[in-house]
Structure formats: C-alpha cells, structure tokens
Design a protein around this ligand. Structure first.
Ligand SMILES: NC(=O)c1ccc[n+]([C@@H]2O[C@H](COP(=O)([O-])OP(=O)(O)OC[C@H]3O[C@@H](n4cnc5c(N)ncnc54)[C@H](OP(=O)(O)O)[C@@H]3O)[C@@H](O)[C@H]2O)c1
Length: 313
C-alpha cells in the first residue's frame, strides 16, 4: 500500500473527528465571547483523551488562527493526530500553483511538513475543475499532502474530480459536506451511495446542525449570533424530533440527543466532525461512538426527520 492509500485507509477507520471552525472564528461562533483560547485548548486535550485523533481545520477559519492554534497544540501532543485542512478559492487565486502555495502557508501555521488530508473548501467559479485537481495532485507529489479531498462538491463535480485525479493515480479521499438529521440532501440525491461505491469517505459537517440537535435551543431560547436568523423559522418545528431522540437515547442507557444525532450519522456510513467550544461538549459528543442505534431506530429517526423537514435546504 502506498502513502496516499494509507491516508485514505485512516479516514475509513475513523469514526469521529473534531471540527476546528470554532477556534478563532468571531463572526459565526463569537470566539472571544464566552469562550476563548484556554477553552479550545482544553477541547483539543479532551478530544485526544477520548481517542478522537482527527482534526478538521481550514486556512479560512479565524483567518488562519485555527491552524495556528492547532499547530501549537500538536507540538506537545503524544498520539499522532491526523490533520485535515482546506484551500479557499479566493477570487484572486487564479492559477493551479496557488493551491500548493496556500498549502505551504498552512503547513507553516500548523508547524507540519505534511497534512493528512488537503481539501478544496468550495468549488470555484474561476478555477476550472482540471486546475483544482492539478493543484491537489501537485500537493501530493510534493509530499505536502498525504491525501486529497474536496468539500461542498455536488455529485457531478465530485465524480469529475475523482476521474481527473484517477488519471494521475491519486484517489479522491473524501467529500466534506453538510449532513445531519436536519439536512439529508446527500442521502436523498444519491451522493452518499456514490461515495460508498467509489471508496470516497463522506465527511459530515454540521452533524449537530450547529447545536440545534443537542436540544438546547428552542423558540424561547434561540441560538446566539447569525444562527438565530439562520434557524429562526425551523426552531419551532424540531421539538418532536428532539423528543424522539431523547426517548431513543433513554433506551440506550441515557444517551443524549447530541449522542443520538452523531450515532445516526455514523450508522449512515459517514464520518461526523462535530465542533465544540468547551471540553464538556466534546466529552459528550465522544459518547456518540462505541454503540449503535438499531435499524428500526434509524428508521424512526428518518421518518420523523422527513415529517418535520419535508423540503430540503
Ligand atoms: N467544509 C465546510 O464548508 C464546512 C462548513 C461547516 C463546518 N465545517 C466543519 O465541520 C465542523 C462541525 O460543524 P459545525 O461546527 O458547523 O456544527 P456542529 O458540529 O453541528 O455544531 C457545533 C456547535 O454545536 C454546539 N455544541 C457542540 N457540541 C455540543 C454539545 N455536546 N452540547 C451542546 N452544544 C454543543 C456548539 O455551539 P454552541 O455552544 O454555541 O451552541 C458548537 O460550536 C466545523 O468545526 C468545521 O470543521 C465545514
């Protein structure tokens, strides 16, 4: 097995990762208000203690701060932590060379020689798919990325990226997309099945629907910041799903709604990467692994999700 395939094998044996968008992001998550550097460091340490050894960051998170913080934490960490980061296709990045150049800057912030997974954060209207995959291939060939993936790619673009990389003998390791009990597009449009067929790991972002699936938010207690507007109309509808998640959790010795939500993603064959602001959150989320919802429970959750969410985003 070559180095690239080893990177991919790791993705397929990992059940849960940790998202690091919260580390340094003020706009969406309010970094510096109610939580800060000491908290995210404690989140990292708690994740490592819980054997969560895969962290997803991006150059865009906190304008590089997320990568910098992770780089600091990696230095003192004993087990090998697998690191995924992302290239953001800013409109001034117009050549394939901008991809290895951006990765070089990420590696400096991360204080690493190589990342385990380098992803294109979003498809670009300016860089062709061919340019994007050429840039990714260069990262692998230079030894700066062990494996490469995409994010927010629809099925057609994902298949094109897969085919284009295959010509260079490089597998498309992953597609990181929105997937939760409140957003099942990738399941319904066939992308998850295509990923399974082709050995592409579907990495599920926002698996807790940005906190909604923990059950702590309601119309009376909406989430702070932009999420209030983003989810204002959906909040009144989710109570029956939260109730069902609670009931099912009770049948598994008191698993919480967050743990049921994450286990549901795992049962579907995807890799959830929940974000956390405080160590207690990641400790709870870690309990979403190590057990399994029954097929009948997954079915009940699907049905309830369909009832409250008949039209997808
Ligand atoms: N590729 C992309 O375009 C993309 C897009 C989005 C996310 N991502 C990645 O996916 C990761 C996860 O997605 P996400 O952060 O959007 O959403 P998420 O994981 O669904 O939700 C994370 C938020 O939920 C709350 N939370 C988490 N665990 C909790 C618990 N046990 N109890 C109570 N509240 C809890 C926290 O916020 P509060 O405490 O403020 O409620 C936390 O910030 C990100 O960190 C990032 O790495 C990628």
């Amino acid at each position: 097995m070559n180095e690239t395939n080893r990177g991919i094998e790791f993705l397929h044996t990992t059940q849960m990762g940790l998202g690091a968008w919260q580390w340094g992001d003020r706009l969406q998550w309010g970094y510096g208000h109610g939580y800060g550097e000491a908290d995210v460091h404690a989140v990292f340490q708690a994740a490592v203690e819980q054997n969560i050894h895969f962290v997803d960051t991006a150059e865009a998170y906190g304008n590089g701060l997320s990568e910098r913080l992770l780089g600091n934490y990696l230095k003192g960490s004993k087990p090998t932590i697998r690191v995924a980061t992302k290239f953001f296709p800013w409109p001034w990045r117009l050549s394939r060379d901008s991809i290895p150049a951006a990765l070089k800057a990420s590696l400096r912030r991360l204080k690493l020689e190589q990342v385990d997974l380098y992803q294109i954060h979003w498809p670009s209207p300016l860089l062709s798919l061919h340019m994007l995959t050429e840039g990714l291939a260069k990262c692998v060939e230079m030894g700066s990325a062990r494996s490469v993936g995409v994010s927010n790619f629809g099925t057609t673009k994902m298949l094109q990226a897969h085919a284009s990389l295959a010509q260079r003998d490089i597998p498309l390791a992953s597609n990181q997309v929105h997937y939760s009990l409140l957003n099942r597009n990738v399941e319904k449009n066939g992308m998850l099945a295509r990923c399974d067929e082709l050995g592409i790991r579907l990495i599920a972002y926002s698996p807790l629907e940005m906190g909604l699936l923990t059950g702590k938010y309601s119309p009376e207690n909406p989430p702070p910041g932009p999420r209030r507007l983003q989810y204002g109309l959906r909040l009144p509808k989710i109570a029956p799903l939260i109730k069902l998640m609670y009931e099912i959790g009770q049948e598994h010795g008191g698993k919480t709604s967050a743990q049921v939500a994450l286990n549901w993603v795992i049962c579907k064959g995807a890799l959830p990467i929940p974000g956390a602001k405080k160590p207690a959150q990641i400790l709870e989320n870690a309990g979403g692994r190590g057990w399994k919802l029954s097929d009948e429970e997954v079915h009940r959750l699907n049905e309830m999700s369909d009832q409250i969410n008949p039209t997808e985003d």
